[in-house]
Design a protein around this ligand. Structure first.
Ligand SMILES: Cc1ncc(COP(=O)(O)O)c(C=O)c1O
Length: 366
């Protein structure tokens, strides 16, 4: 008799996404009043004030379904990026779009998704859930992009390539020309550049991919409102895609999966340029400061174009992570990314960064 509770093998053996540790659990375990969270690359200045106002106003209409076509938010993204709304798809976080693109592009058991190792876990997890093979190509030994190895690993079944630039977890940003070369070298695939951290790349204009999208019919970009735009909790992301693909994604997605609160928050966030600029200024200046202090403490930070820094502490990373946690500072261990000797810290407010550095200094000297 078939087992009525049998689960597909891909799901039975699936390892769930490694979330940051739960803050309440940490407080209870160590008897702490306050835990500083520098683990998920969120905006330390909080949500944009204009988005908060928009959410309050939208609350009045919460009994109504949202716009099924997401016209308002797609129009706002179109004005912000200069790309026609027909080429824009929005999702319930960019996570949602990562999942949708796999389902739209890759045939289970036949096609292949290609990405790097380490990479943002969801490219691998959503491929597996879809029954699609995901091939990961290691970064170089010094954790830099190796696009030659990436291109060499592709075959005729490679239909979708996920690259993150600036990269999570290393912080490195590729130049637009390098990414264009990958797209040219893989004409059989759609190459999606996940730009979750692009706002923090400096100088920003040196990393602008959008002008290249018109030249390259197989290149697309994924962005999120969760980082520089301060809306991680409402879940909103967008993709700029070739028109046929944007249309396919829109037709595939579950109706109304971008809720009206998220959509209005997103429209308002794009207008709140004061908050956005303040976020970039704080992050970019504190990023330099934290990197210098990490070096002074004997750590090896990687140069970062994001709102986090990957570093190698002079003591076993797990010990340092636990020592920080006991002192009320939560950062990210990198075991699940295959980098057990590294840690990743998000850039926070000046005071949070100081408390992190003080706690780290204490751990390293104890
Ligand atoms: C590279 C990368 N892509 C996508 C995401 C997910 O973004 P969202 O919150 O829009 O789902 C993250 C979140 O940490 C990320 O690091």
């Amino acid at each position: 008799m078939p087992d009525p509770l049998a689960i597909r093998p891909e799901i039975r053996d699936l390892k769930a996404y490694a979330h940051a540790v739960d803050l309440e659990a940490v407080k209870q375990r160590y008897g702490l009043e306050r835990v500083i969270k520098l683990a998920s690359n969120e905006n330390p200045l909080g949500p944009p004030p204009l988005a908060q106002e928009a959410v309050r106003a939208e609350a009045r209409d919460m009994s109504r379904y949202p716009d099924p076509l997401n016209t308002g938010i797609r129009q706002a993204v179109s004005e912000h990026t200069g790309v026609a709304p027909e080429r824009i798809a929005v999702g319930n976080g960019s996570d949602d779009l990562i999942d949708l693109l796999v389902r739209v592009k890759a045939r289970p058991g036949v096609d292949q998704v290609l990405t790097l190792d380490p990479c943002f876990d969801l490219y691998v997890i959503q491929s597996r859930i879809a029954g699609v093979q995901c091939c990961q190509v290691p970064l170089s030994r010094d954790l830099r992009f190796d696009f030659t190895a990436l291109v060499d690993a592709a075959d005729e079944n490679t239909v979708l390539v996920y690259l993150t630039s600036p990269m999570n977890p290393t912080g490195q940003a590729a130049l637009p020309q390098e990414l264009a070369e990958v797209a040219r070298a893989l004409p059989q695939a759609v190459v999606i550049i996940d730009e979750a951290y692009i706002d923090f790349a400096h100088p920003r204009q040196d990393f602008d991919l959008i002008p290249l999208l018109d030249e390259l019919p197989n290149l697309g970009v994924l962005r999120t409102f969760s980082k520089a735009w301060g809306l991680a909790g409402v879940r909103l992301g967008y993709a700029i895609l070739p028109e046929v693909l944007a249309d396919a994604v829109r037709r595939t997605q579950i109706p109304f999966n971008v809720n009206r609160v998220a959509a209005s928050a997103g429209v308002a966030a794009l207008q709140d340029l004061g908050h956005y600029q303040a976020t970039l200024e704080l992050t970019i200046s504190q990023r330099g400061h934290v990197a210098r202090e990490l070096e002074r403490l004997g750590c090896r930070p990687m140069e970062s174009q994001t709102n986090f820094i990957l570093f190698q502490p002079p003591r076993p990373a797990r010990e340092v992570f636990d020592g920080l946690l006991e002192r009320g500072v939560l950062i990210r261990a990198m075991d699940s990314a295959g980098l057990p000797d590294r840690l990743r810290v998000s850039i926070g407010l000046e005071e949070e960064n100081r408390l992190f550095l003080d706690a780290l200094s204490d751990v390293l000297s104890s």
